[in-house]
Design a protein around this ligand. Sequence first.
Ligand code: TYD
Length: 143
Amino acid sequence: MIAPQIIKLEEHRDEVGCIFVVETSQHIPFEVKRYYSISDVPDGADRGSHAHRRLEQLVIAAYGSFDITLDDGFERRRHRLSDPGVGLYIGPMIWRDLTNFSSGAVAVVLASRHYEESDYYRDYDEFLRDAARAGRGPLSGDG
Ligand code: TYD
């Protein structure tokens, strides 16, 4: 399992702006099958509260900022995303909570699989049970 990590995007900046690039194989360890974005999050609202069995994702704060708290059932780590030039890679078996969205924030997500509700853990206790069975998670390192 690949640990969650901040990935710096390829940057092409000139006097008329900036392009950030993500290419499969070169920057992320999965083929992109799906793009989605999250926007219009009301003040104080939270999103996420789930984990995925198999999905891999790259989450980018394309505009504004928000926090992502990752939890592998053993350890928790919080990232504040506020830079459109980086993405947070999240592999399988990581519970995530998205909080503290700034006004107008837009999250862009690249995903390795098509949408499948059966890939979700939406029940935290069920996730914890399966995570405990699998042993130390991707946030906890090997051994
Ligand atoms: P969900 O992944 O729970 O949102 P978040 O993690 O941002 O809180 O998805 C919310 C709803 O949108 C849920 O009913 C499923 C639907 N949805 C799709 O149909 N396709 C998709 O690709 C995504 C990401 C969500």
